[in-house]
Structures are given as C-alpha cells and as structure tokens.
Design a binder for this molecule. Structure first.
Ligand code: SAM
Length: 240
C-alpha cells in the first residue's frame, strides 16, 4: 500500500496537496476507492480510502489507524558537521532508515560547505521521503545548523556523548559502550571532511564527550556517521 505524508491529521478527512497529491494523481495514478496509508509525524499509521481526486488536491477518508511499530525506541541524536550537499543528503536518508531520532548539523573550523539557509528545508524533505520508504511515521527531527561552539549547551541533555575523533589512539567504541550500558539519551558527534581543530577536540572532551577511535583507517564523514549510528543502535537493542 502506498504511503503519503501530511503535516497533521485532524478528524476523519485528509486533504493531500502539492507533491503528495501530484504523486498520487499523476505519477502512480491511483483512483477513487483505492486504499492508501498516511503518516503525519505522530505515533500512528492512518489507513484511508481515496474519496475524490481534484485538480489541486485529493480527499481521503480515514478508515482506521494503528500504532506505528517502526519508530525508533532508542533516543539517538547525531551532531554532524556540514559536509558536501550530496553526502549530507545521503547521511540524512540512511540515518532515517537506521532509526536515528534527531539530526543537528553544525559548522566547525574546517567546514567548507557553510549553511546558506536552504539546507534544512531540503534535509526535511529527504527525511520525509525516506520515512515513507522505511515505514516510520515520525521523521528524524532536523534541527537548525549551529556553530560547534554553541553545541556545548545542547550536549548537557545527553547521558552519553560519543565523539568520533580521528586523532584518538586508544579509547575504543566498544569499551565506552560497555561502560555506559544504561544510557538513555545518546549523542554522536562526527566531523566534516577536514576533521576537527585541536581546540574543538578539547572543547568537546571538556564537555563530557567520550572521544573514540573508529579504527586505524580514516573513514569519510558520511561513513563514520552511518557506521556509528548502526553500531550504537544495535548495542542498545533497537534492532531486536
Ligand atoms: N581530515 C581528517 C584527517 O585526515 O585526519 C579526517 C576527517 S574524516 C574524513 C571526517 C570525520 O569522520 C572525522 O572528523 C571523525 O569525526 C570521523 N572519523 C573518520 N575516521 C575516523 C576514525 N578512524 N576514528 C574516529 N573518527 C573518525
């Protein structure tokens, strides 16, 4: 059954407009009477019948709703330095599929690809598209871009902060996870193509981030964030 995303469900009728309406009408060409699934960012899947297909909107009737079972159970936030647009899009898509709850882009000393204001909208669209494919009803929340120096306050809300530090020689991810098995609100921090400046590394470590190595090979930033997300969510039993 095809899934559509709307910004909220209020009552028994849903109106699809814009891209979602266009997709239903002109791309997959559904008809009145067909069944579709709607998600809107809350905890439910809404099962609907198509009642009317108009020029600019489609009217659906909600037949039933059920609790969505694909939303993340583990609370993971990824703080990721801005990287090239296509790679950032890839990260947002894959982290949505893997079950990351929140994504916070940040600018650091070596960020080349600064945020000129359009990125968040684009990233929100990507997580919405990805959620329809993977079955979540809640998109990954994309927060506005911050400066690394302003992240420090946000970090206080987490009881485990794992910082992928390419200069780290000894601390490894497994040991840090084993020492923090009861963490509930977890964060990861991954740098951009150019990595971190030493003062940034010091700032993060002084604010409780656990610096870890991801091994002897330097990974691309997108590989590091996807790998860390999958390992951590698996450790905290998201995939059971
Ligand atoms: N320019 C840096 C260098 O040459 O050392 C590499 C930066 S790397 C491409 C981008 C980010 O991925 C890093 O800032 C770090 O967060 C993460 N990363 C990549 N490989 C890593 C590793 N082996 N251990 C820890 N973090 C790693």
């Amino acid at each position: 059954m095809k899934t559509f995303y709307v910004n909220g469900v209020n009552g028994n009728n849903i109106e699809l407009v814009g891209d979602e309406h266009n997709h239903l009408k002109n791309v997959i060409r559904l008809n009145c009477g067909d069944q579709v699934k709607v998600v809107c960012g809350d905890d439910f899947n809404y099962f609907c019948t198509i009642m009317q297909i108009n020029k600019n909107s489609t009217i659906l009737k909600v037949d039933s709703k059920e609790l969505n079972k694909a939303n993340p159970k583990v609370n993971l936030t990824c703080y990721m330095a801005l990287i090239k647009n296509d790679n950032l899009s890839l990260v947002v898509q894959k982290l949505t599929e893997l079950g990351c709850s929140t994504f916070v882009p940040f600018e650091s000393r070596y960020t080349v690809n600064k945020d000129k204001g359009t990125k968040i909208e684009k990233l929100n669209l990507i997580t919405q598209q990805s959620l329809k494919q993977c079955g979540r009803s809640k998109p990954m929340v994309i927060k506005p871009t911050k400066k690394l120096t302003d992240l420090v306050n946000d970090l206080k809300q987490h009881d485990l902060i794992i910082f992928a530090n390419e200069t780290e020689k000894s601390e490894n991810l497994n040991d840090v996870l084993m020492q923090n098995m009861n963490a509930k609100n977890i964060a990861i921090i991954v740098g951009c193509e150019g990595g971190f400046e030493q003062t940034e590394i010091d700032l993060l470590i002084n604010n409780n981030a656990k610096s870890v190595t991801l091994g002897s090979r330097i990974l691309r930033a997108e590989t590091a964030s996807i790998m860390l997300t999958a390992i951590i969510l698996n450790f905290f039993k998201e995939y059971c």
